[in-house]
Every structure is written in structure tokens, then in C-alpha cells.
Design a protein around this ligand. Sequence first.
Ligand SMILES: [Zn+2]
Length: 101
Amino acid sequence: MIPSEKEEEYFARLEYEKRQKIEREKHENLKAAELTKLKKLHFMRCPKCGMELIEIDYKDIKIDKCSECEGIWLDAGEMEAVAKMEKSGMDKFFGVFRKQT
Ligand SMILES: [Zn+2]
């Protein structure tokens, strides 16, 4: 092989690697964009029926209640926090959601 050919091969490979890197980054961005899209679509939406959740902040616990099916959703760690509550505290807590009569 004459030296110049070897050089061409080298630069072609560099070019290929450069483009491959660009494509890979594009794919990564695509994934990130897809995740952002999904998050936007689902954020504060009921996982069951897809309607909007109402977030209530009570004693440092945030509880999301569905405006449609009335399901109650907890963030990570909040289940434990609710479980540690006194019975009276829990009654007050869920009383927030109770329908006024
Ligand atoms: Zn729901």
C-alpha cells in the first residue's frame, strides 16, 4: 500500500467516526426529547384514568388526588410518612379530601 492511500483510509475512518458520534448524540437527544415529552404529557395526571391530579400539601406530605376517579397517589417515601402518622392525624389528613356535607 502506498502511503497516501493509507492516509486516505485513515481520514475516511476519522470522518466515519466523527459522523457516527454525531448520529449517536442525535439519538441520545431524541431519547431525552421523548422523555421530556412523556413527562409533559403525564405530569400531574392520574396513572389510572389520565385526568388531572389535585395536589394537597398537608404536614409536609404531598398527596395527589385524582379529580376524576378519586384515586390517591403518593410520592416516594410518603407512604411511610402516612403510616407513621397518629390515627387522629391520619383522620385529619384524609378529612381534607372528604366531601363537605
Ligand atoms: Zn383518576
